[in-house]
Design a protein around this ligand. Structure first.
Ligand SMILES: NC(=O)c1ccc[n+]([C@@H]2O[C@H](COP(=O)([O-])OP(=O)(O)OC[C@H]3O[C@@H](n4cnc5c(N)ncnc54)[C@H](OP(=O)(O)O)[C@@H]3O)[C@@H](O)[C@H]2O)c1
Length: 285
């Protein structure tokens, strides 16, 4: 049977990078945006089965962390982040094809003082993290051979939707010529190009269970902003400001350990600074 990798959520920033990487590798992929395949549709399994995939990568998610807190959105958030992935997993189990499901560092409570390993206790602080953790559990419950790839602080070419942190910082730098940001949280900033390549290496290695797929190292938001501004050639220092009051809880520290990724693939994820350089230096204007 010839290869046919389905990308679900193909219009998101990670979905776009997956499309590009598979294209570069000259591998056969079918890219499905939300208008081609709605994860919340009851017949999602039949639709997937009809496409006869040899593997499925799910990059679709409800990713608006603040909006996920609104009671009126709760049901849809769980549909997209938990029940839809479960239906995908049921379908992949029936077809006997690999499933890669993408998850998040927000499954952790952020109280650690060293990088989180895959089996570290979880404790999400907000609805988004809870829905993603429920999604992980449901996917593994119905199809234990699935791969759950957790990533963090994602940036890359973004075809649509609100800007990610790095783009927002650079837009402010261009507009104001100065910048002050809040230092925390500390996480593993990760470039979509590297995550996409990592997911494909894991798929090829027939990896299962939970694996952390992030660029190596740790950065606070202040360090990430300062490095992006420096790489973009601005000649000012990014200042630090106090965090404004906010009732949305996020993990203070969510650096992810990538040793399992290295063991499974025999490859390393490159340091976040190298990945950020590629992204910022590749931007137009
Ligand atoms: N962004 C981050 O910083 C971050 C950090 C850690 C983990 N992650 C995880 O990484 C993965 C990829 O995130 P991303 O940054 O690429 O997100 P993104 O750019 O927001 O892309 C998510 C995609 O999912 C689609 N989608 C939403 N609801 C859908 C539905 N019902 N059916 C089908 N597709 C639907 C979205 O379409 P619309 O835009 O039309 O809604 C969008 O194309 C997600 O699992 C996310 O939880 C992200």
């Amino acid at each position: 049977m010839s290869e046919r990798i389905l990308i679900v959520g193909a219009t998101g920033q990670l979905g776009l990078a997956l499309r590009r990487q598979l294209d570069l590798d000259q591998r056969s992929a079918v890219a499905l945006g939300p208008h081609d395949l709605d994860l919340t549709a009851f017949d999602v399994g039949d639709r997937i089965a009809g496409l006869e995939p040899t593997a499925v990568i799910n990059a679709a998610a409800w990713t608006d962390v603040r909006a996920a807190e609104q009671a009126t959105n709760r049901q849809l958030v769980w549909e997209v982040n938990c029940h839809g992935p479960r239906r995908l997993a049921e379908c992949c189990a029936e077809l006997g094809v690999p499933l890669v499901h993408v998850s998040t560092d927000y499954v952790f409570d952020g109280q650690a003082d060293q990088p989180y390993k895959e089996d570290a206790p979880t404790g999400p602080l907000q609805a988004y993290g809870m829905s993603k953790l429920d999604g992980e559990r449901e996917v593994l419950r119905v199809y234990p051979e699935s791969l759950i790839a957790r990533t963090s602080t994602v940036y890359g070419d973004r075809p649509e939707g609100p800007p990610h942190y790095v783009d927002a910082i650079l837009a402010q730098a261009r507009e104001h010529g100065a910048l002050e940001v809040v230092r925390p949280p500390v996480s593993s900033p990760s470039y979509t190009v590297d995550i996409a390549a990592g997911l494909i290496h894991l798929l090829d290695a027939q990896a299962r269970g939970v694996v952390h797929v992030v660029n190596d190292g740790a950065a606070s938001r202040l360090e990430l902003a300062a490095e992006a501004v420096r790489l973009a050639g601005f000649d000012f220092e990014v200042g630090e400001r106090a965090a404004p009051p906010d009732d949305l809880e996020r993990p203070d520290y969510s650096v992810l350990d990538t040793s399992r990724y290295r063991e499974l693939t025999g490859r390393s994820m490159r340091p976040w600074q190298d990945a950020l350089r590629d992204y910022v230096c590749g931007l137009d204007g």
